[in-house]
Design a protein around this ligand. Structure first.
Ligand code: FES
Length: 165
């Protein structure tokens, strides 16, 4: 007997917010970056479905808009989890244990960098300089910065937030 496979079509993304934001930014010189920031601020990410609408609004090709979104690590192409943990991967933090901290976070949260855990409770992402270089290594959790982070401190924070795997 042949096994049947079900395919679930993801729910369409409501792009009305994007439409409003495109209208608000399209006449602004260099408005694409502020628009992308505004979309991510409003939705938590920049949905792939929005690329065409943004391209049309700014008279650009879809490839150009996609190129900008993927060039900047800051922009998320997928809806993030309930909590977002960002580990600084820039030079100052890397020089004082940033790589080890990211590896620790991946194991602790049960989630690879650039990914959202299956239960959608947490997204782990790299970030490139939080302006806290003098207090490296630094991380950001739900938009709140934490300096001089250590694996032990991260363990405690994850336990408090109930996001450890
Ligand atoms: S390099 Fe990490 S905060 Fe600047």
């Amino acid at each position: 007997m042949q096994e049947s496979v079900l395919f679930f079509k993801p729910a369409p993304v409501d792009l009305s917010i994007v439409e409003t934001l495109v209208e608000a930014h399209r006449a602004q010189p260099g408005g694409l970056m502020p628009l992308l920031h505004a979309v991510q601020e409003a939705m938590g990410y920049v949905p792939a479905d929005a690329v065409q609408m943004i391209a049309r609004g700014f008279n650009l090709s879809r490839a150009e808009v996609h190129g900008v979104i993927t060039y900047y690590h800051f922009f998320r192409p997928e809806k993030p989890g309930r909590h977002v943990v960002e580990i600084c991967r820039a030079e100052s933090c890397k020089s004082v244990g940033g790589d080890e901290l990211m590896a620790h976070a991946e194991a602790l949260l049960g989630c690879a960098s650039h990914h959202t855990r299956a239960d959608r409770k947490v997204t782990l992402a790299p970030v490139y300089c939080l302006g806290l270089c003098a207090m490296s290594p630094a991380i950001m959790v739900d938009d709140k910065p934490y300096a001089r982070m250590t694996p032990d401190k991260l363990d405690r924070l994850a336990r408090r937030m109930e996001i450890a795997a």
